[in-house]
Design a protein around this ligand. Sequence first.
Ligand SMILES: [Zn+2]
Length: 425
Amino acid sequence: MTTLCGTLLQSPSPDQCTVTPNAAVTIGKDGRIAEVDAGGRAASVSRSKDTLGGGDCWILPGFIDAHLHLPQWDRRGIDGMPLFDWLSKVAYPAEARLVDADFAEKLADQFVTGLVANGTTTVAAYGSPFAESTDRVFSVFERRGYRAVYGMVLNDTDCPSSHRQETDKVLDESRGLAAKWHNAADGRLKYAFSPRTPIHCSEKLMRGAAALADMLNCYIQTHVAETLLGVEKVRERFPDQLDEIELFDEMGLLTPRTLLGHGVYLSQQQRHQIAETRTIVIHCPTANLFLESGLMDYVSLRMAGVRVALGSGVAGGPDPFMPRVAVDCINTAKAVKVHGLPRGTQSAPKPAEAFWALTRGAAASLGLADRIGSIQPGFDADCLVVKPEPWIADLPGEQQPSALLYTLRPDQIQHVFIAGQRVGP
Ligand SMILES: [Zn+2]
């Protein structure tokens, strides 16, 4: 049994953050949270090698990053290009390296180490276009005790020859990977059929991926309406479709297990259609700014009832530290509020919502709300012990979550647990 002591911060709903000083969280041998003592017992917990944290520490649920690309992990921060130039100059060459499965395994180790150091305990990530390297990456996740939704990226048209897959073969390979890894490692690992975009996939590939995901109850992840040029390219490829969301619907890609990345250029009608099908949109504000794709209207998306989560977009986004991604979510919403039309009619999300979107909200969107995203008995112990600026504890309680969100740094993360196992940093 391990006991974590400190101030417990949780965001059970978008408009609420609870801060409980002197809490003690006990992790059972089964990797689940056995007990949460909010009654000040931490002060009297006898110190032993199984007691971590203390009066100057805080305990948070682990962060969830619902959109990033593993092959681009060591290509972060290459600025100065719009999306399609960046794809051909940075993303494709980065992914092509993973034809070497030994390299993929090495990169996966760096990916897990780096994400743990940033407090990210769950990812939904895209892999390379190669089946063997996808399999080896899953093995690394299993060995390292990591929690991941992951899948081989699919593209059979309009991509470099290093990436172009044979449609039937890649669907077969994806099915094999899903059969092997979906729900493996006590449910920590999940498979996502991952058509890159409708520009890069044939109709057959999109329909096939959607059908297999439905049959095997897996996730689907893809990109939608990330840039104006992308929207135009989809319209040119599929002139008979009303728009991209209609196309996705027709292909069977709008489902409660589908993660749509970006969604910067969605109309109100499209937002409602996404909400009706319970499809999830992953907002990647840092990436949208980095590649100058645009300012997503997060508030309108939420008001339409769309299920959301946040993504670093790595390496389209330069920064894997999810609190900074959440701050960019707030900043983007403030920019839309100040400069959007009608001007100033909607308020930007508050820090409580940011913490919710990084933890409980994301878990709910991924369909994992009964397992992660919250520190309560019976949940898997995915949690962080952090030692933030000491003056935060002196602020009035309602100001503390905001100060923590804006000032927390990765080097202040002391312990990271996934399913009760200490995985770093
Ligand atoms: Zn992406």
